[in-house]
Design a protein around this ligand. Structure first.
Ligand code: GLT
Ligand code: MN
Ligand code: MN
Length: 388
């Protein structure tokens, strides 16, 4: 049994924009005051997080001079050193400023595309200086309201050109950085390009340096599309592409709510945590979420502690699932026939083909077999709810 205290080895991180979220929404003004990035670092140290992530403009205002930028970065670096909070992931804001109203890398305007690329390169330089290992791309404006405006195929090509350029830049500078692409189906654009983690994985395979690029899937973004997040994570993991993860929560089909991890879909969260723990995912677990608009700074701390505690509670539940004799017995029974047909495991051969052709299946008998998933799922529920 554990006391569910976050430890550095859990690699729990929060973005400056998550703790610093002021509670603005499309219908309402901020409900909290902005927090200085240095104070956010101290809040994260207080709640026991491992690290902080940031967008360039969470830290340095978009119109800061180079001298101002230097001073801000140095002050931030000092706060990291003082607290021991790490800065493992950075990203570029290519969505807030009006210049990005019709996209950044996919804009029809070459000036906008070039400006976005310059902004990324500047962010990358500082991020590396602060110790970043992962650089995220979330294309919040890379999409359309009307498809009369541009070719969707050109948009993908432009996106590819930009990412290829950044890979070459990182190689030319000998930066030890991995890129992680984050998909989202819509919001703030009506439709975003490359809308799911699966779409991102397909895109990455077409890059010049696919080995440098993976994904940063976010729970809420796949839930907005009604998809099973754990399945997306499993596909990314199996492909060696799970470079980072954005944990939060919300029900299917809603806007991007970015709720506290564990707050909405507990069973899905359980299978997600179980997957990450079973495979030994060792990357950062970033809570890309924010406190309800109702909260003050104490509520923000409750939110941050809640994200980490819920993860650790579900990790404990996953260990109970794995140690439960009845569940493991059922799983053995369910997989009892997994050992057959060994000759198919080596892939195609003339010999395998002939054996397969000649085999007579008792189709009806195989189909009649009960699979015990009702019992298994009930036991899972009882583990999660603490009855077992
Ligand atoms: C923004 C978005 C997130 C992305 C961040 C990275 S910014 O808050 O909703 O999902 O991960 O750019
Ligand atoms: Mn989100
Ligand atoms: Mn995110």
């Amino acid at each position: 049994m554990t006391d569910f205290q976050p430890l550095p080895e859990h690699r729990f991180t929060f973005g400056l924009w998550t703790i610093g979220n002021v509670g603005r929404d499309p219908f309402g003004l901020p409900t909290r005051d902005p927090i200085d990035p240095v104070d956010i670092v101290h809040v994260l140290a207080e709640v026991g997080a491992y690290g902080v992530n940031y967008h360039d403009n969470d830290l340095v205002p978009i119109d800061a001079t180079l001298a101002e930028e230097r001073a801000i970065v140095e002050r931030f670096r000092k706060a990291l050193a003082e607290t021991g909070v790490k800065m493992p992931m950075a990203t570029t804001n290519t969505f807030s400023d009006p210049i990005f109203k019709d996209g950044a890398f996919t804009s029809n305007d070459a000036r906008v595309r070039a400006y976005a690329m310059q902004k990324v390169i500047r962010t990358m330089d500082i991020a590396v200086e602060l110790g970043a290992e992962t650089f995220v791309f979330w294309g919040g404006r890379e999409g359309t309201e009307t498809d009369a405006s541009k070719s969707a195929a050109d948009a993908v090509k432009r996106m590819r050109d930009a990412i290829n350029f950044f890979c070459e830049y990182a190689l030319s500078q000998k930066y030890n950085l991995r890129f992680a692409m984050e998909a989202k189906p819509n919001e703030p654009r009506s439709d975003l390009y490359l809308p799911t983690t699966g779409a991102m994985l397909g895109f990455i395979a077409t890059l010049d340096h696919p080995e440098m690029v993976g994904v940063n899937p976010e729970v809420a973004h796949e839930h907005m599309a009604g998809l099973n997040f754990m399945h997306a994570i499993a596909q990314a993991w199996e492909a060696g592409k799970l470079f980072h993860i954005d944990l939060n929560d919300q029900l299917f089909g809603r806007y991007d709510q970015d709720f506290r991890f564990g707050s909405a879909m507990i069973k899905q969260n359980f299978f997600l945590v179980k997957f990450l723990e079973d495979v030994g995912y060792a990357g950062c677990k970033h809570f890309d979420a924010h406190a309800y608009r109702t909260e003050d700074l104490d509520g923000v701390k409750d939110f941050a502690r809640g994200c980490m505690r819920s993860y650790l509670i579900l990790k404990d539940k996953a260990a109970r699932f794995n140690a439960d004799a009845e569940i493991q017995g059922l799983l053995r029974e369910i997989n009892a026939f997994d050992g057959g047909f060994d000759y198919l495991k080596g892939g195609f051969s003339q010999d395998a083909l002939e054996k397969l052709r000649a085999h007579e299946f008792d189709r009806a008998a195989i189909a009649r077999r009960g699979l015990k998933y009702e019992r298994l799922d009930q036991l899972t529920f009882e583990i999660i709810t603490g009855v077992r």
